[in-house]
Design a protein around this ligand. Sequence first.
Ligand SMILES: NC(=O)c1ccc[n+]([C@@H]2O[C@H](COP(=O)([O-])OP(=O)(O)OC[C@H]3O[C@@H](n4cnc5c(N)ncnc54)[C@H](O)[C@@H]3O)[C@@H](O)[C@H]2O)c1
Length: 387
Amino acid sequence: MHKIGIIGAGSMGAGIAQVAATAGHEVLVFDSNQAALERAQANLLSSLNKLAEKGKLDDATAKAIFGRTYFVDDLAAFDATGLVIEAIIEDLTIKKSVFKQLESIVSADCILATNTSSLSVAAIASACERPERVLGIHFFNPATLMQLVEIIPAVQTSPDVAKQAKLLIESWGKLVVMAKDTPGFIVNRVARPFYGEALRILEEGIADIATIDWAMTALGGFRMGPFTLMDFIGNDVNYTVTETVFQSFFYDPRYKPSFTQKRLSEAGWLGRKTGRGYYDYAEGATNPVAQQDKELGEVIFARILVMLINEAADALYLRIASRDDIDLAMTKGVNYPKGLLRWADEIGIENCVHMLDALYTEYLEDRYRCSPLLRKMARAKKSFYGE
Ligand SMILES: NC(=O)c1ccc[n+]([C@@H]2O[C@H](COP(=O)([O-])OP(=O)(O)OC[C@H]3O[C@@H](n4cnc5c(N)ncnc54)[C@H](O)[C@@H]3O)[C@@H](O)[C@H]2O)c1
């Protein structure tokens, strides 16, 4: 069993440490902030105690997991690790300097991974003498509960390192999908229209937040509507992901952020965590009520869904990931009720193309351009699953 090193004891690092220790590894956790380390240690203890109380772990196992997780204040303790996962602040310069320092401590065959959500893995790997051992291992929040992990080999990564990492993370009980080192990988790229198109529908005055949320949950079967979900994630966090993806795609209009969300973020209306976002979470607050108009709801749901399908199809077209991995990523990473490519088959590829072309004709915006893959498939009367 490898010793695992985790750098960063924030929400992601702490969660990943718990997953690795639960899988039986000795885990070392380092953070440059002593208070963060202490908080992570206290949280681990309380999380394990809760699992033991609920009967999900026996007391001895909980104690053993806690006992093999070491919170250290010196990176030098990582010298015997077989895999290090970095989960520090999302800043390329800082991440690069940490990787450089790390390489002077660990052995030559130690695998170095970053949990970055939006930075280029190739750029991080470029800080290392041996970039072929560097890759992205992207967990979802909370890492202890979310089954999906995206593995992202950089252009420099050796295929053997990617294979070893995949096997190891699978042995931790996770579902692994492989993604190309491109902005947002799979989930954070394909999910953009769930927020962006909902915001566009709101900005155009087609429906209010409650009606759009109702359409996506009651008619679409999504667990949370886009506005409830943005309030849950935090408008600052969600806006930054959109803006980063937009910039990283050389300002492709498809990913253009929304002023509505930017203003909410600037106002400090971040969502649940500040008590106010699209909705007001104060006790007794009045919030908009969905206008449960089925016809309008179907229009909203179909428009957002077809934009999601277009994004998924384009990710396949551009070989970001395989068909199965794209569908798995969206059902397991963000709990979509169905894989988007399977959903496209159900609707009919030709219908998807018609819906997208109708939007494009209406707005004449590049944002609504249909993926060449959908168009080709419609012409050839093909479906994604060939059923
Ligand atoms: N929060 C999410 O939903 C989420 C999901 C997937 C991936 N990520 C990615 O995971 C990483 C961490 O995110 P988070 O939400 O856990 O952040 P966080 O702010 O909760 O924690 C980051 C931790 O890193 C520590 N840190 C900062 N600079 C450091 C350094 N130079 N050396 C050591 N420790 C340092 C901080 O003290 C802090 O405890 C980011 O790259 C983020 O993009 C976040």
